[in-house]
Structure formats: C-alpha cells, structure tokens
Design a protein around this ligand. Structure first.
Ligand code: SME
Length: 163
C-alpha cells in the first residue's frame, strides 16, 4: 500500500524544508513532490507564478512552474481565464467541488473532478498560486484549504526573506 502522511506531519516536514531550501524553485519542487506523493487525493499539484511583461500594454500571465502529475497544455494562463485566473483576480482561495459544472474551468485531464487554487502573496501582493486537482469529486475540505494556504504562505514568506 502507498505510504501516506498526515497534514500535520507534512506541515512539520515542509516547515523544515523552507528553512533550508537553497532556492524558491527547490522549495516549490519539494512541496509539489511531497503533497502528490503523500496525500492520496492530490493527483496533480503545481505552482503557477505571475509573469509581468516589460512591454507596455501586455497583460500579466500565469506561467506554470514546478508540478507533479500529468502534463498540461495550460502552461500560460491569462488572468481572466480559468479557475487559476479567478483565484488571482478575486484574491481568494477557490475550491471547486465539481469542475464539470464550473464554466471557468480549463480542462487539463478528463480524470480531474475537483480543484483547489490558493493565491501566494509577497508583502501583500499576489505573485502566484498553488493549484491542486483531484480525480475525486469534492476532494478538498476545510482542512485541505488550511493546509494548502499554509503551503502557499511558506512560499510567500520564503520570497519575502530572499527577494
Ligand atoms: N484547471 C485550471 C487550469 C490548470 S490545470 O488544472 C493544471 C483552471 O481552470 O484554471
């Protein structure tokens, strides 16, 4: 049987990793790997970070960073598209219990049934997000929301310390 860890165990583990990670990419890679490996309903786990263009008039876009799971065609997402865009523009965690009934949903995998997207803030400004898809409907409850917000905060605080 696959090994699973509790969110409490992962919280302690990831807190230590955030203290010693050599770069934010390493930290994000550790987070996506741990979550996907140890939490059974977390089938696709990835980060999108906001890329701002230097060109005037060119809108910012979400760019896929470290992820684990099936490859996705959605490697660059405009902020006015998808559940990913909605989390940035609303500034809130978005939980969708049934992606097939949400018109904002950009499909990545036919297997995906539910999704959670959590914004990452650095000194109050949203710089990216943590996105998780599950093959189970309504996979993400309040504890998952708190845990995913903790993971997003780890990345935001790391960036606050280092940039
Ligand atoms: N489903 C997302 C797109 C990204 S994939 O889930 C990896 C959305 O609707 O924005």
């Amino acid at each position: 049987m696959a090994t699973t860890l509790t969110r409490e165990q992962l919280t302690a583990d990831l807190t230590n990793m955030a203290q010693s990670a050599p770069s934010v990419d390493d930290l994000m890679t550790d987070i996506v790997g741990r979550l996907q490996q140890y939490l059974p309903r977390y089938h696709w786990v990835g980060f999108y970070m906001i890329e701002k263009s230097m060109m005037p008039g060119v809108d910012p876009v979400l760019v896929l960073g470290p992820y684990v799971g099936a490859p996705t065609e959605h490697t660059r997402i405009p902020l006015n598209q998808g559940i990913c865009g909605a989390a940035v523009t609303s500034g809130n965690t978005v939980v969708v219990d049934d992606v097939s009934s949400d018109p904002r949903y950009l499909a990545c995998s036919l297997e995906t049934k539910s999704e959670i997207v959590v914004p990452i803030r650095v000194r109050g400004e949203i710089v990216g997000e943590l996105d998780i898809d599950s093959h189970e409907s309504a996979a993400f409850g309040d504890e998952d929301r708190r845990f995913c917000e903790f993971c997003a905060r780890l990345v935001g605080e790391y960036l606050e310390r280092t940039t």
